[in-house]
Write a protein that binds this ligand. Structure first.
Ligand code: HEM
Length: 253
């Protein structure tokens, strides 16, 4: 929609931009499109979707701890997840709404990342003569490769514990049995523990860069947020990891 058609007095800048765009025969892009096309817009999308995904992951980790209360508790919890919102919502509707939200968040998060990386390469096709500090390079690599590993892990994980395709002994509606069957196998534990380490690094670095994107510029606040980010990463990773470790050591059977 052209700005001149909006029911308000256009500013001088609007008129100049409109005239320039008409001259090159292009329509003014809608605000959402301009936001998405800007570098800061993509970074904000990454930060907000990252925060939403972290919220899901943290809640998932807390829910998994029900494993320590036995099969009945964990399975009842998994059943309750399917009945949230009843009777207003039907069985599993909440779960499907959440799944749709997660898919949208993951797609936006990955698309914004890939486009920013491409933009970064286009802007600087030849590397700087003097390299970035080792710490920054490590962070960039773990974010990109760790993120890609996590994306593959999530697909495998759904095939494992939701669909049951790659599970060692899947029984529908019995997540306790399914995860115990899983974590009795050493290489399944390796897959999970590697993915969890990647998740921890991703949260740690992601938290700090999201804070910067969202405008936390004070040094004290940035330091405090780094501590919060690291604590969140450690608690989330450890909270997930205790489940396979408990099965491996025979604490959960
Ligand atoms: C030791 C670690 C983990 C365990 C034991 C575990 C356990 C489970 C179980 C039992 C389910 C099936 C739940 C059900 O059918 O009610 C599930 C689903 C799922 N998990 Fe995990 N999980 C772990 C780590 C993760 C991580 C790190 C992520 C994300 C980064 C994740 C994302 C998901 C997703 C997206 C689903 C599918 C939810 C759905 O659509 O039903 N999980 N997990």
């Amino acid at each position: 929609m052209s700005l001149t058609s909006v029911n308000r007095r256009p500013s001088v800048l609007d008129v100049v931009i409109d005239a320039a765009q008409r001259r090159v025969g292009r329509k003014r892009r809608p605000a959402a499109r301009q936001f998405w096309d800007s570098t800061i817009g993509k970074k904000i999308v990454m930060a907000v979707t990252g925060a939403a995904l972290l919220g899901f992951v943290f809640a998932h980790m807390v829910g998994n701890l029900k494993t320590f209360f036995g099969a009945n508790d964990l399975n009842a919890y998994a059943h309750w997840l399917r009945t949230i919102g009843e009777p207003v919502l039907h069985y599993e509707w909440f779960l499907w709404i959440m799944r749709a939200g997660l898919v949208v968040a993951v797609v936006l998060h990955i698309t914004a990342t890939v486009q920013l990386v491409r933009r970064d390469h286009r802007a600087r096709p030849v590397r700087y003569a003097h390299r970035r500090p080792v710490k920054a390079t490590f962070a960039v690599h773990t974010m990109r490769w760790g993120g890609a590993t996590l994306a593959v892990f999530i697909v495998w994980h759904i095939l494992d514990l939701t669909v049951g395709q790659v599970n060692q002994d899947f029984v529908a509606g019995d997540p306790y049995h399914n995860l115990v069957a899983d974590f009795r196998v050493w290489w399944v534990n390796v897959i999970y523990l590697v993915a969890l380490a990647m998740l921890g690094l991703h949260i740690d670095h992601g938290f700090a860069s999201a804070a910067r994107t969202l405008g936390i510029t004070s040094v004290t606040r940035e330091r405090a947020l780094k501590v919060v980010g690291r604590a969140t990463a450690i608690v989330t990773t450890a909270g997930f990891a205790v489940v396979p470790i408990a099965v491996m050591t025979g604490l959960v059977r």
